[in-house]
Design a protein around this ligand. Sequence first.
Ligand SMILES: *[C@@H]1O[C@H](CO)[C@@H](O)[C@H](O)[C@H]1NC(C)=O
Ligand SMILES: *[C@@H]1O[C@H](CO)[C@@H](O)[C@H](O)[C@H]1NC(C)=O
Length: 295
Amino acid sequence: MALARWRAAASVMALAAIVIGQAAAAGNKTGQVTVFWGRNKDEGTLREACDSDLYTMVIISFLDVYGHGRYHLDLSGHPLAGIGDDIKHCQYKGIPVSLSVGGFGSGYSLPSKKAALDLFDHLWNAYFGGNKPGVSRPFGDAWLDGVDLFLERGTAADRYDVLALELAKHNIRGGPGKPLHLTATPRCGFPPAGYLKRAVDTGIFERVHVRIYDDPDCEAYWHREWDEWVAAYPATRFYVGMTASEMTHGWVHPKNVYYDVAPSVQKADNYGGFMIWDRYYDKLTNYTSIVKYYA
Ligand SMILES: *[C@@H]1O[C@H](CO)[C@@H](O)[C@H](O)[C@H]1NC(C)=O
Ligand SMILES: *[C@@H]1O[C@H](CO)[C@@H](O)[C@H](O)[C@H]1NC(C)=O
C-alpha cells in the first residue's frame, strides 16, 4: 500500500513541512481541514471525529430528499440518538458542524422559488433556530452552524440562489443568533452547472470545496479549473477537496499533496484549506493525520 509505505517517512516529513511551510509559504497556509461525516456507519461517531483533533469543521451528509414537500436525512445507518449531544460537543471544542444537502441519490430538486423557500423553512425549523410546531428535530435542540450544497444533479429550473439568499438572511453575526456558514462542494469543472453558478454568483458563499477526485477531468485539469474558481469569486474561501481513499480515482499521494497540491492552491490569497472525503476512509488510512500539516 502506497500510503503505508509513506507513513514511515511521514512524521519526519510533517516536521519538515512545518519548517519549510513557515519559511516558503509565509502566511498562506491556514491549517483548516473540513471532513464529511455520515456516509458509513462504521466511521465512528461524530464526537470521535471531533475528538481526533484532525478537523476544523465537520459536514454531516446528506439531506438527500427535498423539493417536493418530503424531506429525508440519510446518515447511512448511524443512530440519531446522541448526535445532538455530539454536535454540541464539537461546537464546544470550536469545531462548527454543518449539514450538506444533495448527494448521489435522485430524490432532490428545487424547481421553484416556493420549493426553495420551503426547503429553507424545513432546514431552519429542523436544524437551526426555528421551532415550528410539528417539525421534528433529528438532532434535538442542537443548532447547526451551516448548510452545504453538494449537488450531483439539477436542472436549469432549480433555485438554489433563492435558498442561499434566504439562508444568508439568517446568518446572524452578533446578538442571540449565530453565524451560518454557507458552503458548496462541487466537482472541479468551471464554470459549474447553471443551477449552482446562479447560487454562487450571489457572492454570499463563505466557502467552496472544489473536488479534484473521482472525475477524470478533475484529476487531469484541476489546476486550471481551480485558478478559474478562485479568480471568479474573490470573496469566497476555496478549499481543495481530496479523497482519503487510495481506492478512489484521483487519490493524491501525500508526497504530491506536499509538492504539488498545497503549493498550487496556496498561491491564491482566498485559499481556505483542505476538504477530506470522508471520515470513514480517513479513519482507515489516517490520510489527514499526514496531510493536515500541509493545509
Ligand atoms: C501567497 O499568496 C499571495 C497572494 O496573496 C501570492 O502572491 C504568493 O505567491 C503566495 N505564496 C505562496 C508561497 O504560494
Ligand atoms: C491509523 O491510526 C490508528 C490510530 O493511531 C492506528 O491504530 C492504525 O493502525 C493506523 N492505520 C494505518 C493504515 O496506518
